[in-house]
Write a protein that binds this ligand. Structure first.
Ligand code: FDA
Length: 406
């Protein structure tokens, strides 16, 4: 083959979209992916329906060492642009919750749309095809050693994603390459992931497995350098799910992106209710058992398990329950502070936080500041969206910023 104008490594969300856009702008594009199946992460996303964007995506919905980095790309390719594309393809979708848009039918429709966009751009796709070596060449471009031989390309885009779910093709290729070529990395960590607890600490909560409820969840993330004690508090109102090993559900996935090992999370299981006031009033007015009174606020199952966990007798009649005990119950429910032992790890995380340090990239073009013909887009960059379609929106927006600069 003749020399391409650009090679894109990684045919996931960002790589497919960037290749399609660049091809449609007239560039000769080769897109390479080592996985046998195309775009597995899109296929499994959103429970198979792909939460492909969020109507309300703004830079405030992203976690990064530089919260301003995503601003330019998101402004130039807002979610409305991707929604318009989905509509042009006649893909039916619906809004589930807080601006989150899902396909009515299947994530396959998004993959097919991206493939058609690539075909329209004349993109040549090599898949499966591995890249074993990348070196800069004398012409300021790149020499790639691939399964299909050596290829030279004047411009190279890295769209190899993050570390979650290694069994469907995630690798540290992009991170390693970035580091070798002189870019700083923000240490990768699991994000949008269930939190786990030491087996002994969690034993009292195991009977609650399966219970789901809306909560307010918060954590304090350290922001200062070494020796400085500055924190930023983040909170979400979302659903929580008790599991056998710890906590999951949207509330926990959201807070996991802000949680740091050794730090606590705080949960209000009854946001909007003053539990102490309720219990003190009930003590005056009700002859019910404590367990039944609490079941009116929670469920019978959670109330019983919660009292057992606290070692409180739920069969006491309300007038007999000491105020101190009511205070303890209320506090445990509304300011439940607990320190996770860890997370469910890369197999269960939806995204990677951290990645290629944005200080070494242009926010306008995603180009490396050390190698102007090298670009990083999508999840490999230290820009991590909240739960709710924000990560795909970053993939689309960073892909377009890059494609327009190639
Ligand atoms: P992506 O992971 O999509 O693509 C990277 C590609 O690079 C892969 O095809 C991989 O095979 C390839 N690659 C890796 N190493 C390579 C190498 N060495 N050589 C060649 N190719 C290589 N987000 C969202 O907004 N809404 C949602 O509904 C969901 N749902 C969801 C569910 C689950 C279970 C997960 C794990 C994740 C999500 N996400 C999500 C997150 C979303 O999938 C993710 O942020 C994007 O896919 C990132 O797009 P990228 O193109 O950067 O990486």
């Amino acid at each position: 083959m003749t020399t391409p104008d650009v090679m894109v490594i990684g045919a996931g969300a960002a790589g497919l979209f960037c290749a399609a856009q660049a091809g449609q702008l007239g560039l000769k594009v080769v897109l390479i992916d080592h996985a046998p199946k195309l775009a597995e992460k899109i296929r499994i996303s959103g429970g198979g329906r792909c939460n492909f964007t969020n109507r309300e995506a703004t830079p405030a919905n992203y976690v990064s060492e530089n919260p301003h980095f995503a601003r330019s790309a998101l402004a130039r390719y807002p979610s409305s642009e991707f929604i318009a594309l989905v509509q042009r393809y006649g893909i039916a979708f619906h809004e589930k919750h807080k601006g989150q848009l899902f396909c009515d039918d299947s994530a396959e429709q998004i993959i097919r749309m991206l493939l058609t966009e690539c075909e329209r751009g004349g993109v040549e796709r090599w898949q499966p095809c591995s890249v074993s070596d990348v070196q800069s060449d004398e012409a300021g471009g790149w020499r790639l050693q691939t399964d299909r031989g050596v290829v030279h390309t004047p411009q190279l885009v890295i769209a190899t994603g993050g570390l979650p779910v290694p069994k469907i093709g995630a690798t540290d290729f992009g991170l390693k390459l970035a580091e070798r070529l002189g870019h700083r990395l923000v240490a990768p960590r699991t994000a949008l992931v269930p939190l786990t607890f030491a087996a002994n600490d969690w034993a009292p909560f195991v009977p609650m497995a399966g219970i789901a409820m809306p909560v307010c969840i918060s954590t304090r993330t350290p922001t200062g350098g070494k020796g400085k004690k500055a924190f930023v508090e983040t909170q979400f109102f979302e659903d929580l799910l008790f599991t056998h090993r710890g906590l999951s559900g949207p509330a926990v996935l959201q807070i996991s992106s802000f949680w740091r090992p050794g730090h606590a999370i705080t949960i209000d299981l009854l946001p909007g209710t003053d539990v102490l006031e309720h219990l003190l009033k009930a003590k005056q007015q009700s002859r019910r058992h404590l367990g039944n009174e609490l079941a009116g606020l929670l469920t019978q199952r959670l109330a019983d398990a919660w009292l057992q966990m606290l070692g409180v007798d739920g069969t006491q009649a309300m007038p007999q329950v000491p105020d101190a005990q009511l205070r303890r119950i209320a506090e445990s429910l509304q300011a439940w502070s607990l320190t996770p032992a860890g997370t469910e790890g890369w197999n269960k995380a939806e995204v990677m936080a951290g990645g290629v340090d944005t200080r070494d990239l242009s926010s306008q073009t995603m180009a490396s500041k050390h190698h102007p013909s090298l670009y990083f887009i999508g999840e490999v960059v230290d820009v991590t969206g909240w739960l709710g379609g924000y990560n795909f929106q970053w993939a689309w927006a960073s892909a377009v910023a890059c494609a327009q600069a190639l």
